[in-house]
Design a protein around this ligand. Structure first.
Ligand code: SAM
Length: 300
């Protein structure tokens, strides 16, 4: 699925290549983005809608012979939002102007993107989640995080920019469609910008596994995402990131993010799977470099 972006057309803002990659956004651009940063908030399940009609369309993803994850149909949820809301829905506003993205407001979370399915299919086969503490960043539908939950994770935290996406989509997907009596997992949900996450989340424990799919389209956000990785990943932890090799029109992609990460020097990075397509899709694995593990302090 291609993105329909609404980024500023300013060529300076969109011109990124791997040769002159900037580790920091230019000051003028940073200021512009900071003005719109969405505050961190924990969304509680009891504050969310739990009464979707029993016959609302559900899509099912068979990840392995034994692991299936279900998700409400995004179009069906959008129709409900259009009827229910007094024109205040940021999702409806974005979709009604045919955009998957209103920067710093709605960033495409009410859709199942193909790399989310790639990531869930990969981790369902390759990753042992038993008793693990997991974070999904930019979760949207939350399919990789739900996969971790049904595969035995002890804790899954879902994070998304947009509060409405978490309330109307992620939480119903988790609690109404995939949480049953066999699942012993504590889930929590956080909205807001990545720049807020590390300061505001309780500082109990780092995550064993961080999952993220289709979140590296905009190079302006690489520093924030990398900061969450460095502040939140356990010293023995692993990050699985799924994305397209190139997001045309915005400039991001797996190659650019790998270059960024290598320049930062904290993590070793490898591609563990490539899905050949018109625009190839990749799954990357990041782990702390041995030299950096010794410097890591435990979260207190
Ligand atoms: C294209 S959607 C992908 C959703 C989902 N992971 C999937 O693959 O279906 C990108 C997601 O990343 C989140 N996101 C992007 N930039 C973010 C930021 N700076 N802070 C927090 N979340 C962000 C958006 O809210 C959105 O849900």
């Amino acid at each position: 699925m291609a993105f329909c972006f609404n980024f500023p057309k300013d060529s300076e803002d969109n011109d990124h290549n791997t040769d002159d990659i900037q580790l920091e956004a230019p000051v003028s651009k940073k200021k512009k983005l900071e003005q719109f940063v969405t505050e961190f908030k924990e969304i509680r399940v009891e504050d969310c809608k739990t009464d979707y009609p029993y016959d609302l369309k559900v899509n099912t993803y068979q990840l392995t012979d034994n692991i299936t994850v279900s998700c409400y149909d995004a179009g069906a949820i959008e129709e409900i939002l259009k009827k229910d809301k007094d024109h205040s829905s940021s999702v409806v506003k974005a979709t009604s102007c045919h955009s998957d993205l209103v920067p710093n407001v709605y960033e495409g979370g009410l859709t199942v993107w193909e790399c989310g399915i790639d990531l869930a299919s990969y981790i369902a086969k390759e990753v042992d989640f038993t008793d693990k503490m997991v974070l999904e960043l930019g979760s949207g539908a939350g399919i990789p995080g739900i996969c971790a939950m049904v595969c035995g994770a002890k804790v899954v935290h879902f994070q998304d920019y947009n509060e409405e996406v978490l309330k109307e989509y992620t939480i119903p997907n988790v609690t109404q469609l995939n949480m049953d009596e066999d699942v012993r997992c504590t889930c929590r949900y956080f909205s807001g910008d990545w720049s807020q996450f590390s300061d505001k989340i309780d500082k109990e424990q780092r995550y064993d596994i961080i999952l993220t799919a289709e979140t590296i389209y905009n190079p302006d956000n690489y520093q924030k995402l990398h900061d969450v990785f460095t502040s939140q990943l356990d010293k023995h932890g692993t990050i699985y990131l799924a994305a397209k090799s190139n997001y045309f029109g915005v400039g991001g992609g797996t190659g650019l993010f790998e270059d960024f990460t290598n320049k930062k020097g904290q993590f070793s990075c490898k591609i563990c799977k490539t899905i050949e397509a018109g625009v190839p899709r990749e799954i990357m694995q990041l782990k702390w470099k041995d030299t950096n593990i010794d410097k890591l302090t435990e979260k207190t």
